[in-house]
Design a protein. Structure first.
Length: 129
């Protein structure tokens, strides 16, 4: 037998554990509902209406050092690391250095370092109707 929180009544342990389990289940449902309502509020107040600034994205792609990992299979880890350090120190982007040092042709850059190909992005799923 178990006692209630005040120690006034006794009842079977099975009933006590059933009540506790039900309380935990209700708490989980309430948490899910709260998360759902919060996500709707965030989307409505923060997400709707955001548009892509394509010039800014292009600039980021030109100046990012992170794209150097895609060069590893082409130029090797050591050379790619040297390019990353040089880009970081000079403030230039990887693509700018690749062009300056003629490591890849423009066609190769477009084929090998295309962000959509590197990320597996299917642009057809994201086109405006």
């Amino acid at each position: 037998m178990e006692r209630d929180l005040l120690g006034e009544r006794q009842f079977p342990a099975e009933a006590y554990y059933a009540i506790q389990t039900a309380r935990e289940g209700l708490a989980a449902i309430e948490s899910q509902a709260l998360i759902f309502r919060t996500s709707l509020a965030i989307r409505g107040n923060c997400g709707d209406g955001i548009t892509v600034n394509e010039k800014t994205i292009e600039r980021y792609m030109e100046t990012t050092v992170g794209i150097v990992t895609a060069l590893n299979p082409i130029v090797g880890y050591e050379r790619a690391s040297e390019l990353a350090v040089e880009a970081y120190k000079s403030g230039k982007g990887i693509l700018e250095l690749v062009r300056e040092q003629k490591i890849l042709s423009e066609v190769q850059i477009q084929q090998l370092l295309d962000p959509a190909k590197l990320t597996g992005l299917d642009k057809s799923k994201y086109q405006n109707p």
